[in-house]
Design a protein around this ligand. Structure first.
Ligand SMILES: C[S@@+](CC[C@H](N)C(=O)[O-])C[C@H]1O[C@@H](n2cnc3c(N)ncnc32)[C@H](O)[C@@H]1O
Length: 191
C-alpha cells in the first residue's frame, strides 16, 4: 500500500510513521519470516507499519494501563488497511516479559520507552528475549517533537529518553539513525 492510501485510511500520524520507518526497515533487511516484537502497542502505528511491510508482529502493552496512551483501537486501524491478520496482540509488562530467552529476531519500542517506569528492566528484558544477532530498535522523539506533541496532543507528555543510558553494563554495539521526528537507536546483540 502506498503512503497516500495509508494517510487516506488512517490519517497523517500513521502515514508519517509508515513513511519514516520505511528506510530503517530497508536498511535492517529483516527476513520476511522474522519474529518481531512491538513493545507498547498504543495506537498501533508501529505494529501496523511493520505489518504493512509484510511482517508478522506480536504486539502488547500493559494490561492495567488506563492512560490516554494505551488501548487506542489498534485493531480497528489494522482492519482499515487489511493487516489485522498479521498482528497478534498479547498484553504484557515490558519490565518482566512473559517470553522465553532468545525468541525474537527484532524488537521495536516506538515512542514507548519514556512511558515505561522501569526502563533498565525493559532494556535488559529486551536483550534477554532477543536472539543472538538480533536488533532492538528504539524510536524516541526528538526534543522539538516532544514540544510539538505537548502543544498539540498531550500537554503532560514526558521527555524523551536516551536509551544508551541503559546499555552501560551490556555495552551492545549501537547505531543511531534519524527521521525528522525520531532518533532511532539500533542495538545489536552480538554473539
Ligand atoms: C505512546 S504509546 C506507544 C505508541 C505506539 N508504539 C505506536 O506505535 O502507536 C506508549 C505505550 O507504552 C505502553 N506501556 C507503558 N508502560 C508499559 C509497560 N510496563 N509494559 C508494556 N507497555 C507499557 C502503554 O501502555 C502504551 O501502549
Amino acid at each position: 500500500m502506498d503512503i497516500n492510501e495509508v494517510k487516506k485510511r488512517l490519517g497523517s500520524e500513521f502515514g508519517y510513521t509508515f513513511e519514516n520507518t520505511k528506510p530503517i526497515l530497508q536498511e535492517l533487511g529483516l527476513d520476511k519470516n522474522a519474529k518481531l516484537l512491538d513493545v507498547g502497542t498504543g495506537m498501533g502505528k508501529m505494529a501496523i507499519t511493520l505489518a504493512l511491510h509484510g511482517y508478522k508482529v506480536l504486539t502488547g502493552e500493559l494490561e492495567s494501563d488506563e492512560s490516554e496512551y494505551a488501548k487506542q483501537n489498534w485493531l480497528e486501524s489494522a482492519k482499515k488497511v487489511g493487516v489485522d491478520h498479521l498482528i497478534t496482540y498479547k498484553p504484557f509488562n515490558a519490565e518482566k516479559m512473559p517470553f522465553e530467552d532468545e525468541l525474537f529476531d527484532a524488537i521495536f519500542i516506538s515512542g514507548a520507552l519514556h512511558h515505561i517506569n522501569d526502563r533498565q528492566a525493559t532494556f535488559n528484558e529486551s536483550v534477554r528475549v532477543l536472539k543472538s544477532n538480533g536488533v532492538i530498535c528504539i524510536f524516541e522523539p526528538k526534543p522539538r517533537s516532544v514540544t510539538y506533541i505537548r502543544a498539540n496532543k498531550f500537554p503532560d507528555h514526558p521527555d524523551a529518553e536516551d536509551p544508551r543510558v541503559y546499555n552501560k553494563e551490556l555495552q551492545l554495539p549501537v547505531e543511531i539513525k534519524e527521521t525528522s521526528f525520531h532518533d532511532v537507536y539500533i542495538f545489536h546483540k552480538k554473539t
